[in-house]
Design a protein around this ligand. Structure first.
Ligand SMILES: Cc1ncc(COP(=O)(O)O)c(C=O)c1O
Length: 494
């Protein structure tokens, strides 16, 4: 190959043979973290089912050019969407014979879009409220803040108890005011994997006449199966009175390829304000249930194929493997002195923190990465310590025995290396700099000093110093620094 795959433009003077192009993509992909194999504990969901990827890819290709813009032109997509919504509703306490027989829904591109649309539906159901507000626990996914920001909805954040990592239902009820259009909670929260007190929160919302959204993007496809396996899962779905909408991501624990989530509403009237319709222009009358107008059928067909192939029995088996993997990982954490589980696992997250200042979590994360285990560091926040998040999927089950020794070794190496000591001027900067005072020169200098950006775009192998700097900064500065750092990475190849 003459050109580096990262060096060339996407538009060569003359088109290249298909094989060459695929080689380039494979070369690029080799730089990525491993999406399969049970050693990446965030971003990816791997059931380790032979043949599933191929099936999903074939189904994706069959519908990639189908456009969800008009369901009457492409009834195949409508049929598959309705089947996915029906399956999700059935798992989550809705459908024929249930207490929520009128459940309807939409297929969206992901959890964030589902949450934005839940907020939009709640906001637009109340055009008389000029400054609508959303009540959300501090542990709610950042996508709620994004929804509030995009939709100009005010955000009332309810703190979580540092012990239980859950919002207090009474504090949630107290946060509901005359302008509140939606109350949100999680089943479970992404960061710590704990299930919020949905029953009490939904009751408080209902008694105030306000909608209640359960964000089950992460857990909606596993909790029902874990319950069937005997895990004590509290009620969190449409069986709970007052729950008006639920989101569940199929590209998470339904193991579908990326780009597919379901947003359910208890009845069609609740869903109606989610739609956007527009007839006041000379082109086609637009009617969109989701944010995107043109939508590829690829993710929907791939999800449909995945669900049909794995089936209910398949998901039950995968949930059992995941439950065992969670237990094994939690045991591994308990076995390392100086580490503590943030919460006893009740879903498919293992989250731990350090109790010994000599054991720096960010250094530990780097040491795990060096050993092939990719975990997700979480910064300290509002009295909660920094932590390490593990999203556990079925593929981890066969690797779990290797994790304990790797964690112990990594902890030993992290202790030997000692905690990150930020240079005094950086620590002062993090503590005193206001986001507005960040100049391009300052950001460039910081990024270079931290080994970010530059010719070999991507992140450095060792992130402990970067994470320590971010950890020392307040959230507003963290946000601004990340925008600037990522902006440095996103530069065109000419
Ligand atoms: C609980 C929860 N809600 C929402 C989201 C956002 O989903 P997405 O990344 O698909 O937009 C996530 C993603 O991890 C999540 O865990």
């Amino acid at each position: 190959m003459n050109e580096e795959p990262t060096g060339g433009s996407a538009l060569p003077q003359q088109g290249l043979p298909a094989e060459r192009v695929l080689d380039e993509i494979h070369l690029l992909r080799a730089q990525d973290r491993p999406t399969h194999g049970g050693q990446l504990f965030a971003y990816v969901y791997d059931p380790a089912v032979p043949g599933l990827d191929e099936l999903a890819a074939t189904a994706y290709a069959a519908s990639a050019h189908v456009n969800g813009l008009d369901p009457t032109a492409f009834p195949s997509l409508l049929a598959m969407e309705n089947a996915l919504v029906g399956a999700a509703a059935g798992l989550l306490g809705g459908g024929p014979g249930s207490t929520a027989p009128e459940v309807v829904g939409s297929v969206t591109s992901g959890g964030t879009e589902s949450l934005i649309l839940a907020v939009k539906a709640a906001r637009d159901a109340h055009p008389e409220i000029s400054t609508p507000r959303l009540v959300v626990p501090a542990s709610g996914h950042a996508a709620f803040a994004k929804a509030a920001h995009y939709l100009r909805v005010g955000l009332d954040v309810v703190p979580v108890d540092p012990g239980t990592l859950r919002p207090d239902p009474a504090a949630t009820a107290a946060a509901i005011g005359p302008e509140t259009v939606l109350v949100a909670c999680s089943a479970p929260s992404y960061a710590h994997g704990v299930i919020d007190p949905v029953g009490e929160i939904a009751a408080a919302a209902a008694s105030a006449g306000v909608r209640c959204h359960v964000d089950a993007c992460f857990g909606g496809w596993t909790l029902p199966y874990l319950r069937r396996l005997g895990v004590p899962v509290p009620p969190f779905d449409f069986t709970v009175p007052g729950v008006t909408s639920i989101s569940v991501d199929l590209h998470k624990y339904a193991y579908a390829p990326k780009g597919v989530s379901v947003l359910l509403h208890r009845d069609p009237a609740l869903r109606a304000p989610q739609y956007f319709a527009y007839a006041d222009w000379p082109g086609y009358t637009m009617i969109n249930p989701t944010i995107a107008s043109t939508r590829s059928g690829g993710p929907i067909a791939a999800a449909y194929a995945t669900l049909r192939h794995l089936g209910d029995d398949g998901y039950l088996r995968l949930a059992a493997a995941t439950r065992d993997a969670v237990a094994g990982l939690a045991e591994a954490v308990r076995g390392v002195p100086g580490l503590r589980l943030m919460a006893e696992p009740e879903s498919t997250v293992v989250c731990f923190t350090a109790t010994d200042p000599e054991l720096d979590l960010f250094v530990l994360v780097d040491e795990l990465t060096a050993r092939g285990w990719h975990t997700q560091p979480q910064l300290s926040y509002a009295g909660l310590p920094a932590s390490v998040h593990l999203t556990v999927t079925a593929a981890v089950a066969t690797r779990v025995g290797e994790f304990g020794p790797a964690l112990a070794e990594a902890a030993k190496a992290a202790r030997a290396a000692g905690p990150v000591v930020l240079p005094e001027e950086l620590r002062t900067l993090a503590g005193t700099l206001t986001p507005d005072a960040l100049t391009p020169e300052l950001v460039g200098g910081l990024a270079a000093g931290l080994g970010l950006g530059g010719a070999a775009a991507g992140s450095p192998d060792r992130m402990a110093v970067v994470n320590s700097l971010l950890d020392a900064a307040p959230p507003a500065l963290r946000e601004r620094l990340l925008v600037e750092f990522v902006g440095l990475l996103q530069r065109p190849h000419w």
